[in-house]
Structures are given as structure tokens and as C-alpha cells.
Design a protein around this ligand. Structure first.
Ligand SMILES: Cc1cc2nc3c(=O)[nH]c(=O)nc-3n(C[C@H](O)[C@H](O)[C@H](O)COP(=O)(O)OP(=O)(O)OC[C@H]3O[C@@H](n4cnc5c(N)ncnc54)[C@H](O)[C@@H]3O)c2cc1C
Length: 512
């Protein structure tokens, strides 16, 4: 089989690329996806999102034991199917703030990655329920819902009011470039149902004769000839086949991309040798710079009155805060505190929350917006079935540990405030008596779960050490680009999905 453009992965970025690149009917675009179409009705139900992990459409990874998290291993869901991680994600739509993209410009030396330059791509991707404005669009494929009071939980409305009474500004939404302040989460939900990226970008254009989608097709290795990527070896229906391509675009995500490169002999020679793979191209940055957001789960309370079931997706408001002071309105946030309409606790505290059934309690999650801990990801063997070694190295830095403690203290501040007195029953977690910095740190390390935002494993940058150039070309090989969450050099303050879509939109807009 031959094609002009081979896109590996029909996930969030792959779906955008398939749509935009096949708009030029003169080129043949082929998208391969390891998973298939997902018909699970629960996948569509926003409030079920935490409960669908581990199903057939989840790669269901696990990290290595994390010294910073009391030696715990974390479960890492990743979508496997048409739609990728947008099949399983939590639907929060937050672009990040100006300061996040200023860091991307620092890393790349390229102003195309600034907030101002990406803004047209954010706008192009969305159909915003709040209407068009200087920062929002209504003509893009992806519905973005800013919930009003008729949809927001009364608990969350009181939570936002409690922050306001502590001096935290109220902001219209999270997506105007500044994130400090209280607002409901914007969500990719329409008519009460999850909308995946493939629903709105890929499926509507599948009738284009120049676009082919191959599900159940796993790329085992890239084919490299004289410094050029010329195609991929795929496994389809149990058989190995070759797809020859004029160019290949990696959109297999921040785990899938580096693993595929390493299986193809591209990476750190020591890592490859340990896994029994011969080096084809030495590239030390492959799989490095892995980082993620953590969330402490959580600061849990019994409720004095029944907590109505969510009409959205349980975690209805992330409030981004500055360590400089609660009343700050501009600049980068440092910490986040979110309100969940139910009990939410890491596996360390399953017993502690066993008497808090849904409807009888609520949780304040706490996290660090821009962690500085960096980890890595490696293959353990030459085959796709060899489990990867994923080490995000959580809470390795004082910066992250101090801010996680600060985030917990802020959760306790609002949790114990007058504004939530009407809801607050007994505090369940942290347990009574947990108060010294060391005790709060120990609780944070045992409470932390992933916020599901791993990025950076093929970072873009101007330095030769960065595996990907600011144009998203893979350094050292021609014919290969990387366009997904892997290229993010430093994580945005909030969830990363909107930024991933903007990266794909930006790449497609200049691709010829
Ligand atoms: C549980 C969960 C909750 C999240 N919640 C949010 C949220 O609320 N808001 C937010 O902004 N972000 C959230 N995220 C993160 C966000 O969904 C991802 O960052 C984003 O979807 C990544 O897009 P991507 O294109 O990089 O990769 P993906 O969407 O993961 O797509 C990669 C695709 O490549 C396929 N693939 C991988 N390897 C191969 C191979 N060798 N051959 C063929 N195909 C392959 C995969 O099956 C997958 O379909 C969440 C993620 C998860 C998992």
C-alpha cells in the first residue's frame, strides 16, 4: 500500500490532521489506528468518565514505583480507538494561559507558539456556547460548553462564591488567556453527551475519496532508508504489512510516539541496547522530559445535605490560584483547587471514604499547575507487547512538593470557609490531626493521582538536544513530523487537550 501522507494514530491530534490535510484532494491521506470504533454507551455519559478506564479502548498503562509518591505506581489510562484519548478523557477544555505559551516561545525561539499566534487556531477549533468574541469562535468543529447555573451543581456554585468571598476574582471562563480566578469548567459536552474529536473532525470527512482510515492497525516500526522515513511496518489482522508513504506524521500520543521511535531504533543507544534494539539513529531526547500534572485526591468532606448528582462530569470547577496572593488577576497560576461533586480519593484512602457514598459527600482536589519534575519513558523490549517503563518522577523537586502542600492548604482554606458552611459535615480527609508540613506532605504523596496529562516526550525546541524542531519535524530524519502532546516542551497550567488541538491546527495550517 502507498500513500502521500501517513498519520499514525486517530486520536485527538490525528483526527484534526486527517480532516485538515485531506481537505487538499490532490493528496492521499491514510490514518492508521491500533484501536477501533467504540460503541460503549457509557463512553458517551460524561459522569461515567472515571469508571470506563481499563476497558478494551484503554491502553491501561502503569507507571514505575514513584519514590515521590510513597513508592506507589499510578494507573495511566490512554485512549485506544478512533478518537484516542478523547474517548476517555474528562472533557475539560482549557487552553492554558499566556505565560504557558511564552515558555514555549522560550524553548523554540519561535513566536508561532505564543498565545497570540495560537489564538486563531484555538478559535478555529471551537464552537463556543457563550458566543463569538475576540477570543472565542462559533464556527469550529468542537462544541465547547460553558455551563450556566441551570447545569452547574449548587455545591459548585457555592464553592465559587466561597472563593469570591475570600477575594478570588471571578473570570468569565478559563479560555481568555488569563486563568487566575473562579469559573465553571468549559467542557466538550453537547446535549448531555461526550463529544470526541473524531466525532467532529474525522467522521464527517470519511467520505473523501483521498482519505483512508485503517482501524485495528498497529504500527510496529518505522521504515527508514538513507536518513528518510519512507513508511511503516503495520500489523493488521495478525499480518505484517508495509505502508509506503511520502511523509509520515506521528500522532500516536506522548506514550505511543516515543515507544514507536525506540522500537524503530531511534533513541538513546544505552536504552535501546538494554531493550535488545539496535540503534539506527542516536537521539537522546526521545522519551525524556516526560511530565504530568498530579491531583491530590482529596480533601474529602461529608455533606450536611444531599449532594445532587452532577449534570456534567463530576469535576465541575478547577480554580486556578497564585501563590502571590488570592486577589491576583494576571500572570501565571501556581496551584489549582477543584471541586468534585462526590467522594474522590486515591487507592491509599479507599477505606477512609468507604462510608461516603455518592450523594453524601464532596471533594476538593489540589494540584500544581506547572510542575518542574521531569521523568522519562523507555521500552523494555523490541515488541509493542513489551510493557513500557514509564517514570514521570513525580514530586522530585522542592518546587513541586512545596506547591502541592500549598494547594492542599488552599483546599482546606476554602473547604473550611464560611461560604461552604451550608454543605460542610465532618472532614474525612486528610484525617484529623494531619497539620504539620511533614504530615501534609505525606498525605499529598499518598493522595496524588494523575491528572492524565503526560506531555513532553518528544519536545520541540531550538536546541539540538530537542528531538523535534519548532516546525515539528523530527531532528535527524527527513520525512517525519511529530504533531501531538509529545511535542509540548512545558505543560500548560491546566488540562492540555485544547493545546493539543491547537498544535495540530497550527501544523496543518502551514503544511504544504
Ligand atoms: C483519563 C484521561 C482524562 C483526561 N482528561 C482531560 C481533560 O479533561 N481535559 C484535557 O484537556 N485533557 C485531558 N486528558 C488529556 C488529553 O485527552 C490528551 O492529552 C490528548 O487527548 C492527547 O492527544 P494525542 O493526539 O496526543 O494522543 P491520543 O488522543 O491519545 O491519540 C493517540 C492515538 O494513537 C493510537 N496509537 C498509539 N500507538 C499506536 C501505534 N503504534 N499504532 C497505531 N496507533 C497507535 C492510540 O490508540 C490513540 O488512538 C485526559 C486524558 C486521559 C487519558
Amino acid at each position: 500500500m502507498t500513500t502521500d501522507i501517513l498519520i499514525i494514530g486517530a486520536g485527538s491530534s490525528g483526527s484534526v490532521l486527517a480532516n485538515r490535510l485531506s481537505a487538499d484532494r490532490s493528496r492521499q491521506v491514510t490514518v492508521v489506528e491500533a484501536g477501533a470504533r467504540v460503541a460503549d454507551p457509557e463512553m458517551r455519559m460524561p459522569e461515567r468518565w472515571p469508571f470506563i478506564h481499563g476497558r478494551s479502548y484503554d491502553w491501561a498503562y502503569r507507571t514505575t514505583p514513584q519514590p515521590g509518591l510513597a513508592g506507589r505506581r499510578l494507573e495511566w489510562a490512554r485512549g485506544k480507538g478512533i478518537g484516542g484519548s478523547s474517548l476517555v478523557h474528562a472533557m475539560a477544555h482549557m487552553r492554558g494561559c499566556r505565560a504557558d505559551f511564552a515558555r514555549w516561545v522560550d524553548a523554540t525561539g519561535d513566536s508561532r507558539w505564543s498565545w497570540d499566534s495560537l489564538l486563531p487556531h484555538f478559535i478555529a477549533s471551537e464552537s463556543f456556547s457563550g458566543g463569538a468574541s475576540a477570543v472565542h469562535g462559533t464556527a469550529g468543529p468542537l462544541p465547547v460548553l460553558l455551563p450556566g447555573p441551570e447545569l452547574s451543581s449548587p455545591l459548585v456554585q457555592d464553592y465559587l462564591a466561597a472563593w469570591a468571598s475570600l477575594g478570588v476574582p471571578r473570570i468569565p471562563d478559563h479560555n481568555g488567556g488569563e486563568m487566575l480566578g473562579g469559573t465553571p469548567n468549559s467542557l466538550t459536552i453537547q446535549n448531555g453527551k461526550r463529544v470526541t474529536v473524531s466525532d467532529v473532525y474525522l467522521d464527517p470527512v470519511l467520505d473523501r475519496p483521498n482519505l483512508a482510515l485503517l482501524p485495528h492497525t498497529t504500527v510496529q516500526k518505522l521504515v527508514i532508508k538513507r536518513g528518510r522515513v519512507t513508511g511503516a511496518l503495520i500489523i493488521r489482522d495478525g499480518h505484517e504489512e508495509l505502508i509506503e508513504a511520502g511523509e509520515v506524521i506521528l500522532a500516536a500520543g506522548s506514550i505511543g510516539d516515543p515507544l514507536l521511535l525506540m522500537r524503530s531504533g531511534i533513541g538513546d543507544p544505552e536504552v535501546l541496547a538494554e531493550a535488545g534494539v539496535a540503534t539506527v539513529l542516536e537521539s537522546h531526547g526521545v522519551g525524556r522530559n516526560l511530565h504530568d500534572h498530579l491531583l491530590g485526591a482529596g480533601n474529602v468532606y461529608h455533606s450536611r445535605r444531599p449532594v445532587p448528582p452532577t449534570k456534567l462530569q463530576l469535576s465541575e470547577s478547577m480554580t486556578y490560584l497564585s501563590a502571590r496572593g488570592l486577589t491576583e488577576t494576571a500572570g501565571a497560576p501556581d496551584i489549582v483547587v477543584g471541586c468534585v461533586v462526590g467522594p474522590s480519593a486515591s487507592e491509599s484512602f479507599t477505606d477512609a471514604v468507604s462510608d461516603v457514598p455518592p450523594g453524601s459527600g464532596y471533594t476538593l482536589l489540589f494540584g500544581v499547575t506547572n510542575p518542574t519534575s521531569r521523568g522519562s519513558l523507555r521500552i523494555s523490549g523490541p515488541d509493542i507487547t513489551d510493557a513500557p517503563l514509564i517514570d514521570p518522577n513525580y514530586l522530585d523537586t522542592d518546587h513541586d512538593r512545596d506547591l502541592l502542600r500549598s494547594a492542599l492548604e488552599h483546599a482546606l482554606l476554602v473547604g473550611r470557609s464560611e461560604g461552604l458552611a451550608g454543605w460542610r459535615g465532618k472532614q474525612v480527609l486528610p484525617a484529623t490531626g494531619v497539620s504539620t508540613p511533614a504530615e501534609l506532605d505525606d498525605f499529598g504523596a499518598r493522595a496524588a493521582i494523575t491528572h492524565h496529562h503526560p506531555v513532553g516526550t518528544l519536545s520541540m525546541g531550538s536546541s539540538d538536544a530537542a528531538p523535534v524542531t519548532p516546525d515539528l519535524a523530527f531532528r535527524g530524519l527527513s520525512g517525519l513530523s511529530v504533531v501531538d502532546a509529545s511535542v509540548i516542551p512545558s505543560i500548560t497550567a491546566g488540562p492540555v487537550h485544547a493545546a493539543v488541538l491547537a498544535i495540530a491546527e497550527a501544523f496543518a495550517a502551514t503544511h504544504d
